[in-house]
Design a protein around this ligand. Structure first.
Ligand SMILES: Cc1ncc(COP(=O)(O)O)c(C=O)c1O
Length: 351
């Protein structure tokens, strides 16, 4: 079948599910859904398209109106793509702690990025976006509370999973959370159509907010009233902001979560590297983290179980982060030895 797309937004979704060869324990079928195949490289392209299309449909967003969002990066990059294609100016607020390439990517796509101080954490960048939206009459996409985020995942991510596992068992579905949009949108469809599928949620060991059982304080609109007491900074960019988002809280309250797994920061980095080097699957830190959780699921799963693990984004977004800290720019001893093993084109010896 030929595939001619009318614009880039039409290419969002329909990401592949790939079987893990070497890293899965024998006897269990571990699959990964690689969201890096979205046009701008992350699961957040779905959210971006979902919230903009919803706002256009309901008249909340007028032609040419400025869009604003607080985002640690991937949502901003997805929104920048959609806004560029649709002709909306975009302003993004982002805490200074997030990687520099994310800011640059958004600016390259035509967005304006307003950096907020690290001390304000995620709540600070959200408050700044709310204030700017009110002051200037901009459309705030409210990714953490916007039902259009979860709805998009019910319509696309969940349907793709159901179609890909048609006629097959799906014993476990493993995900992390940022906004909780993926979790809410997929979990409710699985709970209805594949009730045998156990829903497993991973969170950083340093930010065990769900595990703590402590409820989130909220404002009337569902946004956080304060940071969650169980939050501590962690390396999984895009995962677990310093509060339990409304969309995530809804899933906790409605009860489909089978288990919450804690993942340590070093394990997230390790499994991202392992996926790259043993499977050729190049994904980011939160993907390594979700994969670490999925391996825990595999270790306890009955023989023959099918496990599906979400991998939210591409590894290319992490060149300036700890994920690449041990990757040198210069030749190491082994590479120098290869170079010296033949006479031509050797680099000059270091002074
Ligand atoms: C890198 C990364 N991983 C995971 C997630 C989780 O996705 P969601 O917002 O649907 O919970 C996000 C988004 O927050 C992300 O940017």
């Amino acid at each position: 079948m030929g595939r001619l797309f009318a614009n880039i937004c039409e290419t969002v979704g329909r990401t592949p599910v790939v079987k893990i060869g070497k890293l899965a324990p024998s006897g269990v079928n571990l699959y990964v859904k690689i969201e890096a195949f979205n046009p701008l490289g992350s699961v957040k392209d779905r959210l971006a398209l979902g919230v903009i299309e919803d706002a256009e449909r309901t008249g909340k967003l007028k032609p040419g109106q400025t869009v604003i969002e607080a985002t640690s990066g991937n949502t901003g990059i997805g929104l920048a793509m959609v806004c560029a294609q649709r002709g909306y100016p975009l302003v993004v607020t982002m805490a200074e702690t997030f990687s520099v390439e994310r800011r640059k990517l958004m600016r390259f796509l035509g967005a304006q990025v307003v950096i907020t101080p690290a001390s304000g954490r995620a709540v600070g960048m959200v408050d700044k976006a709310v204030e700017l939206a009110k002051t200037h009459g901009w459309f705030l996409t409210r990714q953490f509370e916007n039902e259009a985020n979860a709805d998009m995942h019910s319509r696309t991510t969940a349907r793709e999973i159901i179609d890909d596992f048609a006629g097959e068992r799906l014993d476990y579905w493993v995900t992390g959370y940022g906004t909780g949009g993926t979790l809410k949108g997929v979990a409710r469809v699985l709970a209805k159509e594949r009730p045998e599928t156990k829903i497993v949620v991973c969170e950083p060991a340093d930010a065990a907010m769900l595990t703590s059982g402590t409820p989130q304080q909220r404002n009337a609109d569902g946004s956080p009233a304060a940071a969650h007491p169980a939050f501590k900074p962690h390396p999984m960019q895009g995962w677990a902001p310093d509060f339990i988002p409304k969309l995530l809280g809804d899933v906790v309250d409605s009860g489909p979560i089978h288990k919450v797994i804690l993942v340590a920061g070093p394990d997230a980095l390790k499994w991202s590297r392992e996926l790259a080097q043993k499977e050729g699957i190049f994904v980011g830190i939160s993907s390594g983290a979700t994969f670490a959780g999925a391996l825990q699921v595999c270790a306890e799963a009955p023989p023959g179980a099918n496990v599906l693990c979400m991998l939210p984004d591409t590894g290319e977004r992490y060149l300036s982060t700890p994920l690449f800290a041990d990757v040198p720019a210069d030749m190491n001893e082994a590479e120098l030895a290869i170079s010296r093993s033949t006479p031509s084109f050797q680099m000059p010896a270091a002074a």
